[in-house]
Design a protein around this ligand. Structure first.
Ligand code: PAF
Length: 313
């Protein structure tokens, strides 16, 4: 595993692998790695000959300077965790300085309309422009065959997929399941900023989503469609009951369009036939003390529901 800090070095390393016929994978991260990131790296490395993990706290996606300043940074610790992956450790850690990625005031932005109107896009102005722009730059620098992102950042994954589709970028985008602590908390680099009481309160996000799954399952057992309003009320009620938690949003949306399910489709998946399992994204965001956390589940995606329910709190 080698640490590279310049674009030229990364291009040289990737070019060499590619000339040898190798398949290249990229896992973009902002560091402060945890088991969720390591799962992405394992997934990438098991499907590639050369794996690049980028570690770059991207300033253009932070809407609050205090959030950028407080974002945890631990490059040595990150590299230690990656090395422990053994055979599945990445070949390259790309850890550039800000001036390497943004050598001049940049006037070019990648903006994805529509998909960014709601959820985090509504409460973090400019955030997804920053994410879409830096990911497009990373795709251009590394030119990976595949790039792996976590489904915890569901809207981010949808935005990246759309960038790749709209700009005809030759990269396969893979979405990997959310990794949870045994008590249900979705793993996040931000979790390490939670104090003990906040850590307990933070469990309300996954607890609220489980309450949403219970409502959906009761609806399905009764043979009807999922009642999105009831799900939202149940999830919102559970979140609001937790101490020290300020709810940003509770949304029940079509997982494809990230818009409210319309009366006719009601969020149906697949070909829209009556047999197709209805799918609805339930996404939540809340400030727990000073820490902003997000989580989601796709109702009707049995594996996603089961992974969430497997947690015990
Ligand atoms: O999910 C993240 O860590 C970041 O948004 C990403 C995709 C690395 C872009 O900076």
């Amino acid at each position: 595993m080698q640490r590279l800090t310049t674009i030229a070095e990364v291009r040289a390393a990737v070019g060499e692998a590619r000339r040898a016929g190798g398949r290249v994978a990229l896992v973009p991260t902002m560091g402060a790695l945890h088991e969720g990131h390591l799962a992405l790296v394992r997934e990438a490395a098991s499907d590639a000959d050369l794996t690049v993990v980028s570690i770059f706290v991207n300033p253009t996606q932070f809407d609050r300077p205090d959030d950028l300043a407080a974002y945890p940074r631990d490059l040595e610790g990150d590299e230690g965790q990656l090395a422990e992956l053994g055979d599945l450790a990445p070949d390259v850690v790309f850890a550039p300085e800000v001036a390497e990625v943004y050598p001049r005031p940049s006037v070019t932005r990648v903006t994805v309309r529509g998909l960014t109107d709601r959820l985090c896009g509504a409460s973090r102005p400019g955030h997804f422009d920053g994410v879409a722009t830096v990911c497009t730059k990373l795709f251009s620098i590394v030119q990976p065959d595949l790039a792996v992102f976590g489904r915890k950042d569901f809207q981010q994954l949808a935005v990246i997929r759309r960038v790749v589709a709209d700009l005809d970028l030759p990269v396969e985008v893979v979405g990997a399941p959310t990794v949870r602590e045994p008590d249900g908390l979705a793993m996040s680099s931000r979790n390490r900023r939670l104090g003990p009481a906040e850590r307990r309160s933070a469990l309300c996000l996954s607890r609220a989503l489980r309450a949403g799954v219970a409502v959906a399952r009761a609806g399905r057992a009764g043979g009807g469609p999922i009642d999105a309003v009831r799900v939202a009320n149940e999830v919102g009620g559970t979140l609001s009951a937790a101490p020290g938690v300020t709810v940003d949003y509770v949304e029940v949306l079509d997982p494809e369009t990230l818009a409210p399910p319309d009366a006719t489709s009601r969020g149906q998946a697949g070909d829209g036939s009556p047999e197709a399992q209805q799918q609805l994204l339930v996404a939540v965001a809340a400030d727990v003390g000073p820490v902003r956390l997000i989580d989601n589940v796709v109702l009707g995606d049995t594996e996603d529901e089961e992974r969430l329910l497997a947690a015990t709190s």
